[in-house]
Design a protein around this ligand. Sequence first.
Ligand code: CTP
Length: 408
Amino acid sequence: MQIFKVGGAVRDQLLGRPVKDIDWVVVGATPELMRSKGFRPVGDDFPVFLHPKTREEYALARTERKNGHGYGGFSFHASPDVTLEEDLLRRDLTVNAMAQAPDGSVIDPYGGRRDLEARILRHVSPAFTEDPLRVLRVARFAARYAYLGFRVAGETINLMRQLTESGELQHLTAERIWQEFSHALMEDNPEVFIEVLRECGALKSLLPEVDILFGVPQPEIHHPEIDTGAHILGVLQQCVRFAQPLNIRWACLLHDVGKGTTDPTQWPRHIAHETRGLALIKKINERFKVPNDCAQLALLVGEFHTHAHRALELRPTTLVKLLMKFDIMRRPQRFTDFIAASEMDARGRLGLEDRDYPQADYLRKAAEVMRTVDVQPLLEQGLQGAQLGQALNEARHQAIRTYVESHK
Ligand SMILES: Nc1ccn([C@@H]2O[C@H](COP(=O)(O)OP(=O)(O)OP(=O)(O)O)[C@@H](O)[C@H]2O)c(=O)n1
């Protein structure tokens, strides 16, 4: 049997990028031979094994044939007579279809190196369409390698469009879609991920609520970029600039979906878009089974980002309500994340990227003021139950009133 390093490890090594996981392909072996050498099978269906010591993945060279929809609809043909070239042929992109032999030589039957040099993400063969997840993978690779000048080949975009139009994306599980989105949003050019998905029609199929924002105008005075879709991409870029975590990036992606529901006769204004967006954000979170921290922040940012922008004009009672809504006593980090997402929103406007956002500091300090209201003196007065609650509430309002006054 022969063992080759394969896939992403070879690609990233040739690009001079750090290699995270190493995948191996094994030619000329059987499951029995692998087991006899101490390798552990990963599952019942896949001809993939874990190395007894390194725990790296070793897959038997295989060809795949699709016999149904989605991820379940595969049958594998793995046998000792499958060649390395046959295995590489079924892979997604030419740059992912290279192997490296133990002597260091690179086996590259489909022009992966040429495409690496030309900065092109190109499918290997029509077998690309066997896995609809590849539409998302290609968009994610485009986002990751954009800084090196990579782009997706036109014929690959066409194939991605065909896959999308065939309805295959609808068979992807929520978990696989979320995995791709969550990774892609953390890349250095997440806006490229959205653009590529949009170009091949996949954004319309997976996230129509965001797709529809392209072409929706906003008032030029607040949004010099005018287009709402362009604004979302700008906000994502700011998230990268400020190294924001996933929950903030997710909230930023969805914060303006309500603008897609504005009657065009009302354009470019979007009155009450914050509340109109809530049902959509909820639906998207459910559709992708989004983890709680991301899902909740998206809802809160969707509903209250305009409150943050207007922070310095908010009346004390409104400010108290906002702070209470965020449960800032128990969930201080969530409010901090909300402020950050709102700041990214404000900065994601053409030409206004470097404008100060004093609202952030103002809100942070307001939260601090409210948190430091001391319950002890009230307890010492002998207050209990509802009375105590009421007195504490009044004390908080008073503290915020004083705070707001001191900023006038
Ligand atoms: N839907 C898929 C998933 C994987 N692969 C192949 O399997 C390899 C390993 O897959 P994976 O570890 O998911 O991706 P990497 O290319 O290693 O990318 P990453 O850097 O994101 O881990 C890929 O390079 C590609 O050759 C594929 O063809 N089609």
